[in-house]
Design a protein around this ligand. Sequence first.
Ligand SMILES: [Zn+2]
Length: 239
Amino acid sequence: MKKKLLVIGAHSGDFVWRAAGTLAKALEEGADTLVIAMSYGERGESGELWKENPNRTEESVKIIRHEQAQKAADALGTPIQFLDWGDYPMLISDERITQLTRIIGDFEPTVILTHSEKDPFNPDHPLAFQATQRARLLSSGAGVPSAFKNIDPPVWYSFEPHQPELCGFVPDTFVDISSVMDKKLAAMNCMGAQTYLKDYYAELASRRANHARRISGKKDIQFAEAHQSQVPRVVSSIF
Ligand SMILES: [Zn+2]
């Protein structure tokens, strides 16, 4: 079966910090990937742009955020789709759930990566989790034929939030991104509106690699991204 990774972020920069390495690794392995940016994060995650010029319009921030996220996606080599749902607050309507369900049905991901269920510091991230949860269930029929195209239920993970403990995030899966860390750095370099996060997430990748080495004994892991599975995985062999 073709490997297909769908990464769903509430804001246009989320995929870069939390999943760029996993995306680049999937592409290196020959998988198809797709990034969904539900919004541009024009209000809540573009502080540096507003600081630079407080008189900017929201539309002009969206244009810059679009360009930056597109460049980051290009640096990784992944397609990206912008839904422009607006942020802070993001609103999830029935139409938007339908739109997301159709995207999942069309792409047929084997793995979905999105936000954690809780985030006491961000009003949009848990909403993105809930929308993804609903759309994933609708696209996989929730066990019965539904109004939507039916696909096999994709494996589903949460990527690492900014303050993991306070979001109830307990990693159970580490992806070795050592071979593609240069791509993650290149993608992070494109996000001019959030440069302060670059060093933070480079250090995090290094720290998660330390954990991954201890867990696996694989001494050559230099960088890793951590995720938490949301549904059990079914395997054909315990090995
Ligand atoms: Zn975000």
